[in-house]
Structure formats: structure tokens, C-alpha cells
Write a protein that binds this ligand. Sequence first.
Ligand SMILES: [Zn+2]
Length: 99
Amino acid sequence: MEDHRFQLGPEGHRWLWRYSPLKGDADGWTEPAKRKVLINSSLKHRSRLECEIHEGLHASMGTFVVSEEAVTQAASDIAKILYSLGYRLDPGKSACRRP
Ligand SMILES: [Zn+2]
């Protein structure tokens, strides 16, 4: 699966954004020390969008102290808004293309 790199956060640090099968209950991980985001590659539709927003918020906010609950609520709300407005993954740009 294709990796992505984004400049995120107030300092514009370069982050690795990767889709991968994840073990355990988490749908995504943000590793600030490695500037790396992992998204469960089995997620689809709105749950994937919500996870991408959630981990993107963690990466973007860097060292700002924001509770997990606040990030979870914000990601849920933003995903609901965007999904209701019709935002969907462009199949031609899917980050989870399988060989
Ligand atoms: Zn989180």
C-alpha cells in the first residue's frame, strides 16, 4: 500500500501517513516521536473518514494538550458533517488499493 507524506502542525513537520492492518482494538495510531500515522487498512466509508480525521487532529495539534475525548468528539462531528455533505473517497485516489 502506498505511503503518503504530509506537512502538518504549526511547525509544518513532515509526517508519514500509512495504511496497514492493525492488531488490537485501535483503528489508528499516531506516533508523535516518529511523526507517523497508521490507519487500519480494513476501514471503509465513514469509519475510515472519521479515523483519518481523528489521527490527523492528533498529528496536527502536536504537543498541544487536548483530551482524547475532545479529539474523538471532534472527529466524529467533522466526519458526520463531511459524509452528510457527500464527501467520499475517490476510487482512483484510494490509498488502500490492493495489488
Ligand atoms: Zn486518539
